[in-house]
Design a protein around this ligand. Structure first.
Ligand code: NAG
Length: 399
């Protein structure tokens, strides 16, 4: 499967003196990093897993039994992306009807007072719009963007050290960098947390809306929030950190390293690079991807992701790795010219894909354990299924 990078491209980079710091080599210690299943089989495997999730749908709420509110939105994201990749409408009615139902039930998609919750659903609505061109869903996403935008720190607010919806003095800058672009995790007046996932979701949603509507205000918003993450929440090893206080600049523990922060950010950067043609976003994306796929904090030396692998009960961490793989899929889709990167990404996705199919799939049904290292599940769990969906969908395309 391995191919060699384009020599011309390498020599041009050398000619213009661009630093190529990233190591985009496949790790030969990875377990089964190639695929021999034809596309039609991969499409069936993903759709069968989607179908096995459907009995958990609560048709009164649009949520799925056994997983959290934000996680339910991500089931629809995987379903819509499957249809977009395959050019089908197999999942359309379920996705569209339930995303509309959830919006009617929860103002601006916010059921519990979390901006990230609202953005997960808005993100799902955008994927669905891309797959099905449904304008009501696009409008729901825009309404949610408008609502969450009130919690993005503007340049003026950072200078004045005040935010109109918060009851504490803002840290206008931390470590010499403006806090403009950071997005508060929660609307609550006294909640100080600004985190990578809310900011990453916001910048990604903004970038997609810029692409769809061509309105430059979304592009500007995306750039500002990307700058916040770049300046504040990336560790020296290029892995995203989690949270910073908007009051005193204090940070979450260095050990709070979660796949979805990194995955959502590289997804956003891939769209932002297409929007801006600014190579610095591309280089940052490459640096982060190169570090992420080799990061032993969340995977075994054989490459199988171990984060969120509790097969006995749901927790947020079980949904994280799905977001990460989905982000890598978007990077893959948007970088056709970077063959070396695409080999790395399809290899890494195949490691997870083969682990799911060999080690974590029920021998008696189309359901999967949250623990991708195995053993095979003895019963269906909504959280194991949710975590698997994005890998199965990603493997349809990233091969
Ligand atoms: C979870 O894994 C344990 C072994 O680690 C196994 O005994 C148990 O049956 C599994 N549960 C499910 C629901 O698959």
């Amino acid at each position: 499967m391995l191919k060699f990078p384009c020599l011309l491209q390498v020599s041009l980079f050398a000619l213009f003196g661009l630093a190529i710091a990233q190591n985009l080599d496949v790790d030969v210690n990875w377990r089964k990093y190639s695929n021999s299943r034809p596309r039609s089989e991969r499409v069936s495997i993903a759709q069968n897993a989607i179908n096995a999730m459907q009995p958990q749908l609560n048709t009164g709420t649009g949520e799925f039994n056994g997983i959290g509110f934000w996680q339910s939105a991500n089931v629809y994201s995987a379903m819509a992306i499957q249809d977009q990749l395959t050019g089908s409408t197999t999942n359309k009615a379920v996705v569209v009807n339930n995303l509309k139902l959830a919006f009617r039930r929860n103002k601006n998609y916010d059921a519990y007072g979390y901006n990230d919750d609202a953005l997960w659903w808005a993100q799902a609505a955008v994927y669905a719009h891309k797959a099905y061109k449904d304008d009501e869903l696009l409008n729901n996403a825009i309404a949610t963007w408008n609502s969450v935008s009130r919690y993005v720190i503007t340049e003026a607010q950072a200078l004045n050290a005040r935010h109109p919806l918060k009851n504490f003095a803002l840290a206008g800058s931390c470590d010499g960098a403006t806090m403009a672009g950071g997005v508060f995790w929660r609307p609550t007046a006294d909640d100080k947390s600004i985190n990578s996932i809310t900011t990453g979701l916001y910048l990604t949603l903004s970038a997609y809306l810029a692409e769809i509507t061509k309105d430059s205000k979304y592009k500007d918003a995306s750039v500002l929030s990307a700058k916040w993450i770049k300046a504040h929440n990336i560790a020296p090893n290029k892995i995203l950190l989690d949270t910073q206080s908007g009051a005193d600049c204090s940070r979450s523990p260095a050990s709070w390293i979660f796949t979805y922060n990194t995955g959502k950010f590289v997804e956003g950067l891939s769209v932002l690079y297409d929007l801006t043609a600014d190579n610095s976003w591309n280089q940052l994306m490459l640096d982060i991807v190169a570090a992420a796929v080799k990061n032993t904090a969340w995977q075994e030396t054989n490459g199988i992701i171990k984060e969120g692998s509790d097969n006995g009960s749901n927790n947020d961490g079980i949904g994280f790795k799905a977001i990460y793989i989905r982000g890598l899929l978007e990077v893959f889709r948007r970088t056709p010219e970077n063959e070396k990167l695409r080999i790395l990404l399809h290899s890494y996705i195949d490691v997870q894909y083969n682990a799911l199919l060999d080690l974590a799939k029920s021998p008696s049904g189309n359901f999967y354990s949250a623990n991708w290292r195995g053993p095979q599940p003895t019963a269906f769990t909504s959280w194991g299924q949710l975590a698997a969906l994005d890998v199965l969908v990603a493997a349809v395309d990233a091969n």
